[in-house]
Design a protein around this ligand. Sequence first.
Ligand code: GDP
Length: 376
Amino acid sequence: MSTDPNTYQPDWQPRGAGSKYAGFVMRGVGDTGAPTAANAQPARRNLSIDDYAQGILSGDRMILSRAITLIESNAPKHFDQAQALIQKLLPYTGKSMRVGITGVPGAGKSTFIEAMGTWLCNNGHRVAVLAVDPSSSVTKGSILGDKTRMEKLSRDKRAFIRPSPSGGTLGGVTRKSRETLLLVEAAGYDVVLVETVGVGQSETTVRNMVDYFLMVALTGAGDDLQGIKKGIMELADSILVNKADGDNKVRAQSARADFDMMLHYLRPATEGWASRAYTCSSLTGEGIPEMWGVVEDFFKTVRGNGVFERRRREQVLRWVNDMAEEHLHRLIDENATIAAAKSRIEADVADGRVPPTQAAKEIIDVMERELFHAGA
Ligand code: GDP
């Protein structure tokens, strides 16, 4: 189905109808068809799992958007449908280059993604942009993957942009984002850019979701380097000093050299690959093709030395473990008997009546009874 605002026809209009049917739907700027609270259409036809699968495999963006909404739903019925769909699509997943992008707000991530995404589309790629932002549920609005900030790319039919799901917990956002990644791969997007920001654990989460991780660094006052946590630098496969243009160019180049020096002394994020720093300007486009050249070199290296395969396998196993552990934590947190026992025993420990090891054993006994012998 066409999503071009000038040729898009509503579903009720006969196919091939000429100017007799003058109706066409004006789309909002940057609207790629993703249903939001504002434009949701409750009366839409229900799709079967097969409808979803076929739509996605044939590259139907509207159906892809609806399937992602299914994944993002917290209703148990939708959960089951989404799992059935993912199972069906699994053979068609895994073929994209998964690229994570992080950086503090204002570093220029959106501008860079717009520039890089557009360049990639013009060079034969299809690009999906996803975002992982655990704060979106708190602030009720995502600052990442915002289509209005990537206006040009969001109008490009070769690109698909989806803002961060609001999953409540980081675990919820992570599951939804990982599953969305699989769907966009099945839909044929061969480059997936996953944007995140340094909030809590989200950078580690995205690192564990992607093959290649890029940190967009901000140049400014002389304290650039101190502002960057060493731990984050150790996750990065490359550091990109953006805004290397105009008066800032010389400063950006000197920041690049400083980052390079620091990276030299850090443990590399990926075995067999030397993390380096680069410059670009997302405004002028200078350095964008070269940056993609680095990404391609990276993939050539890790595919050649087996690190790519191994990392993907580790990532999927870690994902399974994380979900299982999270489920266990939720069972514990939601159990009233365990909560009551915990607060009683904790008070005993705090007052010095029970030694810590004994207290832990008592709590574990209650957990075992409640979780594993419930109803016995
Ligand atoms: P984000 O919060 O990391 O997504 O940052 P944005 O992409 O919104 O960019 C923050 C500001 O930096 C905006 O005003 C951009 O126009 C500006 N900016 C981004 N990239 C460049 C660049 O390459 N050169 C210059 N001069 N400004 C840039």
